[in-house]
Design a protein. Sequence first.
Length: 240
Amino acid sequence: MQIIKTTDYQELSSIAAQMVASQIRGKPNSVLGLATGSTPLGLYSQLTDMHREAGLDFSQVVTFNLDEYYPIAPSDPASYSCYMEKNFFQHVNVQRSRCHLPNGAAADVQQACRDYEEEIDRAGGIDLQILGIGANGHIGFNEPSERLQIATHLVPLTEATRMANSRFFASLDAVPRQAISVGMAAIFRARQILLLASGESKGEAVRETVSGVITTRIPATLLQVHPNATLIFDAATISF
Ligand code: F6R
């Protein structure tokens, strides 16, 4: 795993944006795996600037988000669908027909999971996967467990994750108890992975990811065996 330590969140976001931009310039129809949450906001903002100021072209880019709450309407302001629209898609020239998120409103959620998996396969898999990390080491919503799921699946959210995400909802009670998450296979088949971590609360998870024992109890530790994974973290996260 390549490790890049930055002085602050701004630099972290800027290096990540350069890496994404270089992927898109090299392959305009790149398939990007995208994350939500606080960590990639700076990346999306920098990519927006690169689009506006340097003409970075997203018109052929294909995107697949890692996860979505379930159940949730795509129009719900707390949905990841709305998050992506507000923080990224509406600011660049992506074609909405090329942007995919798991369907949080599906009547048949198991079918929706299979469909999502097939769509990723049909697109040829992910070229560059952006990941954040949970304080418990989750990636996507692949939560610590004895067994991790291979494919896109419905996952019960841990109380810790619901608590951490309650800041986006009116109350803790309003946070959905489940989510649809891409599984470990689609993440690991990504040709390149960019794991972003910022802030002290991620320190322990990052330490384990870099040098801990590989365990499904801290899903991010599995990234140690990916052939092309880069971790970018800032000085506030941990001092190595
Ligand atoms: C979000 C996702 C999650 C987050 C993680 C960190 O799509 O897959 O794994 O990346 O929970 O969230 P933040 O960045 O809000 O600390």
